[in-house]
Unconditional design. Structure first.
Length: 204
């Protein structure tokens, strides 16, 4: 696949110790907005997202103008996953079909704030590297759901959903880590429906 007479270049520098990798694409994938997709169901109907989630180990995807950020599980090395990610991106572009569904484009309105996009990416990296490894020991995890002004919106799942210690987890763990790393943020908002927790790590 070429853009004009030049082949599309995709560059990434996977860190074997990090679950996240940024892939820079010499092609405009998504003008004036960004799309974060954290489960396959949300990718339905979007060619590029569906193909990325079909890769074994991929759990979250963030697409910006010319960059694709992929979060993977620990069981597959980047040497394998990165090759498949690059192939999927090239095949999707080569198909000349729309990369994203009209539905998901409408849900993600135009975003001219590069700083906010970078902030979301940096917070997500912090969660995956510093918070989720310890929550995983209790069968739980935390996902970033966005930012609202100076508030960071999160959602707990697994063993953390419905756990009676979740308030302490948010206050002393997640909040301390995020607000310490991003002093411009002032509050953590937990969007979790704890009443629907099916397997809490601890219940009083």
């Amino acid at each position: 696949m070429t853009q004009g007479d030049n082949p599309i270049r995709i560059t990434g520098k996977p860190d074997p110790h990090s679950p996240i990798c940024h892939f820079q694409v010499d092609y405009e994938l998504l003008p004036n907005r960004s799309i974060q997709c954290d489960r396959p169901g949300l990718a339905r109907g979007s060619l590029l997202l569906e193909k990325l989630f079909s890769i074994n180990g991929v759990t979250q995807v963030l697409v910006e103008r010319t960059r694709v950020t992929v979060l993977k599980t620990e069981h597959r090395p980047w040497n394998d996953v990165a090759k498949e990610v690059a192939l999927v991106i090239r095949e999707s572009i080569a198909s000349k079909k729309p990369l994203f569904s009209e539905t998901i484009l409408k849900e993600h309105t135009e975003d001219n704030d590069d700083d906010q996009t970078e902030l979301l990416s940096e917070i997500q990296i912090l969660l995956e590297q510093q918070i989720n490894p310890s929550l995983l020991a209790h069968g739980g995890r935390v996902d970033l759901r966005g930012v609202d002004g100076t508030k960071v919106l999160i959602e707990l799942s697994g063993g953390c959903q419905g756990c009676s210690l979740s308030v302490e987890t948010v206050k002393n763990g997640i909040e301390e880590a995020i607000l310490g790393a991003f002093p411009q943020m002032t509050e953590i908002v937990d969007l979790t429906n704890h009443a629907e927790g099916k397997n809490p790590f601890y219940s009083s």
